[in-house]
Write a protein that binds this ligand. Structure first.
Ligand code: 9D3
Length: 247
C-alpha cells in the first residue's frame, strides 16, 4: 500500500515507519509512506500557508493553493493519489469497518489540517471523504491520521503474526461486537490480588465460558450501545442472553 500524507508536520509520521508493528511492516515493504509539506509549495518570502477567514472570526485557515499544489505533485510523482481523505472534526466517525475498507486500497492520500480549518473550495474539489476520530478537539489532523493509519496497516496481509491474525478472525476480539475481557499474566498473586482461579484450572470450556461472561458483563456495564448492536446483529447466543438476564 502506498500512503501519502499532506501535512505541515511530516516528522510526526516517523513513528509509524520506525516503531512496532507498523515499523516492521514498513521494513518488510508491506507499505510505504511519502509525506508532502504544503509549506514547500509556497512562493512568498514568509512561506505563508494560512490566512484570515472571510467574514471575520477567530483564528486562521489553511490556504487552498499550497494544498492543491501538494496534491498535484503527488499526481506528478505517482500513478494517482488514490482516494483523498481529509481528517476533520466534522467527518464521519472512524471505525474498524472503515479500517478494513482502507486496508483493501493500493494507494491512499491523507490530508491533515491545522489552524481552525481549511478553505472549503479545496475540500469541495479535491477531497473524496472526511473522517473524524470522535467528539473531542485535537490541535490538527496529524494525530487522527496516525490513529487511522495504525488501525489500517495492522490489517494489511502478512502484517500480524499467525497467532494475532487467528485471534482477529475468531469470534473473539474485533468481530464479536463485545468488549474484550480482562487478562492476567504472572505472578499468580500480585499485591495480594490472585488471578481468577478458573484461569489456572486448565479446564478450557470453563475458561472460554468465563471469558465470554466477563465480555458480556463488561459490555453491559460500560458500552450498553455495543450490546444492543450485538443483539440486533444476532451475535448473542441463547446462553449469552440468559446470562445477561440473570446479571
Ligand atoms: C471552533 C471550531 N473548532 C471545531 C471543533 C475548530 C477546529 C478545532 C480543531 C478545527 C480543527 C481542529 C483540528 N482537528 C482536526 O483536524 C481533527 C479532529 C479533531 O479535532 N477531533 C476529532 N477528530 C479529528 S480528525 C481531524
Amino acid at each position: 500500500m502506498q500512503v501519502n500524507v499532506v501535512s505541515l508536520f511530516p516528522s510526526m509520521f516517523d513513528v509509524l515507519t520506525t516503531m512496532g508493528v507498523t515499523g516492521r511492516a514498513h521494513e518488510q515493504g508491506k507499505w510505504s509512506l511519502a509525506t508532502w509539506n504544503p509549506r514547500s509549495y509556497t512562493h512568498d518570502v514568509h512561506h505563508t500557508v494560512d490566512d484570515r477567514p472571510y467574514g471575520g472570526g477567530p483564528g486562521m485557515l489553511m490556504l487552498a493553493q499550497p494544498l492543491v499544489d501538494s496534491i498535484n505533485d503527488i499526481k506528478q510523482h505517482q500513478e494517482s493519489t488514490g482516494p483523498v481523505i481529509l481528517l476533520s472534526p466534522t467527518g464521519q466517525p472512524f471505525s474498524q469497518a472503515k479500517a478494513q475498507e482502507l486496508a483493501q486500497l493500493p494507494r491512499v492520500t491523507f490530508v491533515c489540517g491545522r489552524y481552525e480549518g481549511i478553505d472549503q473550495r479545496f475540500i469541495d474539489r479535491y477531497v473524496d471523504e472526511e473522517i473524524s476520530l470522535g467528539d473531542f478537539v485535537l490541535s490538527g489532523g496529524e494525530v487522527a491520521a496516525l490513529a487511522v493509519l495504525d488501525a489500517t496497516i495492522r490489517l494489511l496481509p502478512g502484517v500480524l503474526n499467525d497467532h494475532q491474525s487467528a485471534l482477529q478472525d475468531s469470534f473473539h476480539d474485533e468481530l464479536s461486537g463485545l468488549l474484550d475481557c480482562e487478562h492476567y499474566t504472572r505472578p499468580e498473586v500480585f499485591e495480594e490480588m490472585p488471578v481468577p482461579p478458573v484461569l489456572l484450572s486448565g479446564h478450557h470450556a470453563n475458561i472460554a465460558q468465563w471469558r465470554r461472561e466477563r465480555s458480556l458483563a463488561l459490555t453491559a456495564a460500560r458500552r450498553p450501545d455495543l450490546l444492543e448492536k450485538a443483539k440486533e446483529k444476532g451475535l448473542l447466543s441463547k446462553k449469552d442472553l440468559l446470562f445477561l438476564k440473570q446479571l
